[in-house]
Write a protein that binds this ligand. Structure first.
Ligand code: FAD
Length: 401
């Protein structure tokens, strides 16, 4: 049986980054992933602000395209924010995870692709590939980086706590240069009952004239709408009515998707014995727009610090990791949950139009603060600005008379 300091199960952004740092520090690490290659579950639309590249030391090769424009579209309103500078990038999600796994190997760690962890027992992890070949690995620490499935932390369904479930589906389409051009460098988000009730939609640019068109829906009843169509209906509506092309005008390269299971209030199990959970396995994905890559990697870095202390015998459990994560995320994520659930599941279409309309008084920096730094006080500043302008306009009309 092979022996490791740390076995990381799941080679998403959280697991890949965690194993990469540990391997670079000289620990004996195994990164195990159930898929044989990263094209197999290339589900994420993978947009991120620019800081992510520098913060996690990521090279240009993992970037599909930069963006410097943001657009929010509702049933009646379109709001746009521009910058002359690059504001962020859309990753090539497969290349990002390939890079992280390569880094693990470069630093002397082992990577088993195509191996699913089907059981874990104390210090032993059992892995099996599609041919039925099994490997047993012994490890001082086991990292659950299996995303929403949390398959190491919860051994069976009965143990699982309740989660808020969302489904995200995306089309990767190839279009002509004329169709592509308005979307190059542009993140477009859709809100409201027409485009994407119970969630949001998006068009993100990729390289080589490719666009990602997707919709995410929370799997719960809408407070106003009785019937919601399946995500594909809204994706095809965005392609037909917003991009303005018919089925013969684009090539559907692939359609992919995944599930997000998020613990409202962050009540996830962060550790049990020598198991520590990171990334989506502890709901690091933000509820507002499903941005999770940056936070999965951030959480991995925090986990590494505690894993080192655990391996050195300085701590007996990962309680400090849970404390640190909740200190960073709980209050901020809770505001995000509350706002998102109102917009996605409760508000009338007119109210969503009105809310987005009020954002016109915000600068590009302020809108980035809402979407990527979750500073919702900016939103209320926008509403105050909107009301103030309205009052001034009414007042002006009286004084002219
Ligand atoms: C449709 C969609 C669009 C998104 N768009 C964005 C976006 O634009 N920007 C952004 O920042 N985030 C986005 N996200 C969220 C982001 O992709 C996730 O938050 C992020 O991938 C979480 O990383 P992770 O490593 O925790 O989990 P994952 O990326 O889910 O990785 C978990 C890995 O574990 C493997 N695994 C699971 N079980 C086992 C097992 N038993 N044995 C071995 N391997 C196993 C899985 O195959 C997978 O590779 C999106 C999510 C979805 C669903």
């Amino acid at each position: 049986m092979k022996e490791f300091d740390v076995v990381v199960v799941g080679a998403g952004p959280a697991g890949g980054h965690c194993a990469r740092i540990l391997a670079s520090k000289g620990y004996n690490v195994l990164l195990a992933e159930q898929h044989e290659n990263f094209e197999r579950n290339n589900f994420s639309s993978a947009a991120t602000p620019l800081e992510t590249l520098k913060k996690f030391d990521l090279p240009e090769q993992v970037v599909a395209t930069p963006w410097n424009k943001l657009e929010i579209i509702t049933s009646k309103i379109t709001r746009t924010w521009n910058s002359s500078e690059v504001l962020g990038v859309v990753f090539d999600f497969a290349k990002l995870r390939t890079f992280l796994a390569e880094e693990v190997k470069k630093h002397g760690g082992e990577v088993y692709l195509g191996y699913r962890c089907y059981q874990n027992d104390g210090n032993i992890v059992y892995l099996r590939n599609k041919k039925g070949e099994t490997i047993q690995a012994q490890s001082k620490v086991i990292v659950d980086a299996t995303g929403y499935s949390r398959s190491i932390m919860y051994r069976n369904k009965k143990e699982r706590i309740p989660f808020s479930k969302a489904i995200g589906i995306e089309y990767l389409i190839q279009v002509s240069p004329e169709v592509y051009y308005p979307y190059a460098n542009n993140l477009v988000f859709f809100l409201g009952h027409h485009w994407s009730p119970s969630g949001y939609g998006w068009i993100f640019p990729m390289d080589n004239l490719k666009l990602k068109v997707g919709v995410a829906q929370i799997d719960e009843a809408h407070h106003i709408l009785k019937k919601i169509e399946v995500p594909r209906y809204y994706i095809e509506q965005i392609i037909k009515d917003h991009i303005g092309i018919g089925i013969d005008d684009y090539h559907l390269i692939e359609s992919h998707g995944s599930i997000i299971e998020y613990s409202l209030g962050l009540n996830d199990c962060y550790y049990r014995g020598n198991i520590i959970a990171i990334g989506d396995a502890v709901s690091t994905v933000n509820y507002l727009g499903g941005e999770g890559i940056r936070h999965a990697m951030d959480g991995a870095q925090i986990a590494v610090r505690q894993i080192e202390r655990f391996l050195a015998g300085d701590v007996k459990d990962f309680g400090d990791y849970q404390k640190e994560m909740l200190k960073i995320y709980r209050s901020c994520w809770s505001k995000s949950e509350q706002l998102s659930r109102k917009v996605y599941l409760q508000y009338s279409d007119a109210r969503i139009d009105q809310g987005v309309s009020s954002l016109k008084y915000l600068s590009t920096k302020e809108i980035l603060d809402i979407l990527f730094n979750y500073r919702f006080e900016q939103y209320f500043k926008g509403i105050k600005g909107y009301l103030w302008k309205k009052i001034t306009r009414i007042f002006a009309s009286f004084t002219i008379k």
